[in-house]
Design a protein around this ligand. Structure first.
Ligand code: SAM
Ligand code: SF4
Ligand code: SF4
Length: 359
């Protein structure tokens, strides 16, 4: 019998409670297609959280749109301590008030605030330069109340050369950690946007050494990067774990947890494999329970099936030396960028078949 490569219930879930948002970030991967009238009510949100709690889901990330634009956010905050779940929030920060921060401080929520650079200009793609000052003031309020606060930075070619200054600013702000996320291809970050705004190879090399230095310089800050350097450090990782004299099987693709240990619930209660795949609904919680969808969805099973394939199914990876340790890159990006699950990832600098655009 084929080995099962997914959990009976996910261990973490992101719940996009609303699509409402006060900003219009130019790269936003949120679809914003859901009509507000179709969004989950407070009672529906609670019913979903009850299901996740009874399935022993350990972590739930509450997101939007902008979660603090939800009409029932205050009511929801009051309920969170009823669950065994560990909750986290990602917010643009601009709607936080001292009263809301006070309520948050009475929960055990950790908060990620999105901040893309150390100047107003580097955040103006979110909807004007004044947004920067609102974000900073939100971070200061949260940190001063002792709330675990992270900065979430989306790395593009526009901010890649000044991330050392962002790290310095985060240190001054006393945040607990910084999460660097690569630009993904979905919704507003369409094919052209993704192609024109992804970090270039030389920027990636530059940021890699800044990142390594920053980790030793600021050991009290928790640093996390979401597969930003996965192609760049493939040669080094290969030498660390492989003996070039031996032959190894190519790695399984789609290494991320999507559909296997993790999924996302959209504001209209669709279950999707990850935030980049909001246009790939696998079932709706108004029609079936969470566990029915998780265990029976054909689309989730398809994602699980792809996750078992090996990276040599991707043409450019077939003869690549590093294919025993590299998963070929994010498949959701390529589903949108090339409309093919097994398309070569255009950001890979090791590929011989496609040149990495470095301009
Ligand atoms: C979609 S937002 C929702 C939460 C909240 N509204 C915010 O902006 O923080 C979640 C995170 O995804 C980031 N993000 C948005 N579009 C992205 C894209 N195309 N690629 C990578 N990250 C993106 C945002 O900057 C934010 O840190
Ligand atoms: S990234 Fe967040 S703040 Fe920006 S438009 Fe999307 S949901 Fe709104
Ligand atoms: S060619 Fe494929 S296997 Fe090789 S480093 Fe690039 S994405 Fe990874």
């Amino acid at each position: 019998m084929e080995k099962k490569n997914w959990l009976d219930a996910p261990d973490s879930v992101a719940f996009n409670v609303t699509n409402k948002c006060n900003l219009k970030c130019e790269y936003c991967f949120q679809n914003n297609n859901t009509k507000i009238s179709q969004e989950a009510s407070f009672e529906e949100v609670i019913s979903v959280l009850n299901q996740l709690d009874s399935l022993k889901v350990s972590d739930v990330l509450l997101e939007g749109g902008e979660i603090f634009a939800s009409p029932f956010i205050e009511k929801l905050l009051c309920k969170l301590d009823n669950y065994k779940i560990k909750f986290h929030v990602i917010t643009n920060g601009t709607l936080l008030t001292p009263e809301l921060v006070d309520k948050i401080s009475q929960t055990n929520l950790s908060i990620g605030v999105s901040l893309d650079g150390h100047t107003p200009e580097l955040n103006s793609q979110r909807g004007g330069k004044e947004v920067y000052y609102k974000i900073l003031s939100a971070i200061e309020m949260l940190v001063s109340r002792g709330i675990t606060t992270y900065v979430n930075c989306t790395v593009t070619k526009n901010n890649a050369d000044s991330l050392d200054q962002l790290i310095e600013l985060c240190n001054k702000l006393n945040v607990h950690g910084i999460v660097f996320q690569r630009l993904h291809c979905s919704a507003k970050a369409d094919k052209n946007y993704f192609y024109n705004n992804s970090i270039s190879y030389s920027q990636l090399v530059g940021f890699n050494s800044i990142y390594e230095r920053a980790k030793s310089k600021y050991p009290h800050i928790y640093f996390m990067e979401c597969e930003l350097f996965c192609f760049l450090d493939a040669p080094e990782r290969y030498l660390k774990v492989c003996n070039p004299d031996f032959e190894y099987k190519p790695k399984e693709i789609f290494r991320c947890a999507a559909g296997r240990k993790f999924c996302v619930i959209t504001p209209n209660l669709d279950v999707v494999p990850c935030g980049i795949l909001e246009d790939y609904p696998c079932g709706n919680l108004r029609e079936n329970s969470f566990i029915e969808i998780w265990q029976n969805s054909e689309r989730l099973n398809f994602i699980r099936h792809i996750s078992k394939l090996r990276v040599d199914e991707i043409s450019m990876c077939r003869d690549c030396t590093y294919n025993p340790i590299c998963d070929g890159g994010c498949r959701a990006d390529m589903f949108h960028y090339a409309e093919a699950w097994l398309a070569p990832h255009f950001l890979c600098p090791n590929s011989k078949s496609e040149g990495y655009k470095d301009s």
